[in-house]
Design a protein around this ligand. Structure first.
Ligand SMILES: [Zn+2]
Ligand SMILES: [Zn+2]
Length: 258
C-alpha cells in the first residue's frame, strides 16, 4: 500500500474525468494508493475538505491556513482548535512560511504559523508545514512554539540538507513530491538519498507539480506511484519496501488517520 500524504482533492481538475472525483480516486487505488490526506488551505475550503473526507473511507483531511492565503482570513488558536475537532481531521495545516512568493505578508505569515503550532500543541495534532525561502524562521518558530512529540512534516520539501537535518532534529518528517523527479533537482535528489527512511513521506501536492513524465500536466493522486518508484530507484531499494516504510511513517505521524 502507498499513501498520498498531501493532495488537494477539492482543487483537482476533473474535466478529463467527467467531473467525477470517484474516478480519480479509483485510478489511484488501482495503482496501490490506500490512503489520501486532503489538505486544507484556508478558512474558506475547510468545509470542502471535511466534506470530501466524510464521503470516502480512505480519505482523511487537515484544516489550516496556507501562508499565501493569510490575506483571505486568519484564525486564532481557539478557532484552530475548534476546526481541528471536526470529523476526520488528522492534522493542522498547511501552514508555514513562504517568502519566495510573498515577503510583504511576512509578519502575518509568522503570526498565523505560531497560532497553528500552538493550537496543534493543545489539540495534540501534527502540523503540515509549507516552507519556501524561509529556512531559518521556519526552524526557529517550530523550535520555539512547536510540540516536539506530535511534531509534523515539512511537505513538498525543496530546501537543502542543512534544513532537512534541522527539521529531523526537531522530530519532523520530510515529504517529497514530484519535484524530486525534475531534471534540475540535483540537490534535492542528494537530500532524498540521505534522508533516514523512517522519516520519509511521499506526496503529489496535486493538482500542482506533476512528476516526470507528466510534468506540466495536471497532477492527480495516482502519480504518487511515480514519486515513490523514483525514490526507491534512487535509494536502490525495491519499490514495495519504500511503499511499506512510507506508509508506516504516515500512520506514525498521523495516528488519527488509522
Ligand atoms: Zn504547500
Ligand atoms: Zn499543498
Amino acid at each position: 500500500m502507498l499513501v498520498d500524504s498531501h493532495c488537494h482533492l477539492d482543487r483537482l481538475k476533473l474535466d478529463k474525468f467527467d467531473g467525477d472525483l470517484d474516478a480519480v480516486l479509483e485510478l489511484a487505488r488501482d495503482r496501490g494508493v490506500g490512503k489520501f490526506l486532503c489538505v486544507g488551505i484556508s478558512l474558506d475550503n475547510a468545509d470542502a475538505v471535511v466534506e470530501i473526507a466524510s464521503r470516502y473511507r480512505d480519505v482523511v483531511c487537515s484544516v489550516g491556513i496556507h501562508p499565501l492565503d493569510v490575506e483571505s482570513g486568519l484564525a486564532g488558536v481557539d478557532k484552530l482548535i475548534a476546526m481541528a475537532e471536526r470529523p476526520n481531521v488528522v492534522a493542522l495545516g498547511e501552514t508555514g512560511l513562504d517568502y519566495y512568493y510573498s515577503t510583504e505578508t511576512k509578519d502575518v505569515q509568522q503570526q498565523s504559523f505560531i497560532a497553528h503550532l500552538q493550537a496543534a500543541g493543545s489539540a495534540q495534532l501534527p502540523v503540515i508545514v509549507h516552507t519556501r525561502d524561509a529556512r531559518e524562521d521556519t526552524i526557529d518558530l517550530i523550535r520555539t512554539h512547536g510540540n516536539l512529540e506530535t511534531a509534523g512534516v515539512l511537505h513538498c520539501f525543496t530546501e537543502n540538507w542543512e534544513m532537512a537535518r534541522s527539521a529531523l532534529d526537531l522530530n519532523y518528517y520530510i515529504s517529497l513530491s514530484g519535484i524530486v523527479t525534475f531534471k534540475n533537482a540535483g540537490e534535492l535528489r542528494d537530500v532524498a538519498r540521505k534522508l533516514p527512511l523512517d522519516r520519509l513521506l511521499v506526496e503529489t501536492d496535486s493538482p500542482y507539480l506533476a512528476p516526470v513524465p507528466y510534468r506540466g500536466k495536471a497532477n492527480i493522486p495516482a502519480y504518487v506511484r511515480e514519486v515513490a518508484e523514483f525514490i526507491a530507484e534512487l535509494r536502490g531499494i525495491p519499490y514495495e519496501q519504500l511503499a511499506e516504510i512510507t506508509t508506516e511513517n504516515f500512520f506514525r505521524l498521523f495516528p488519527r488517520a488509522a
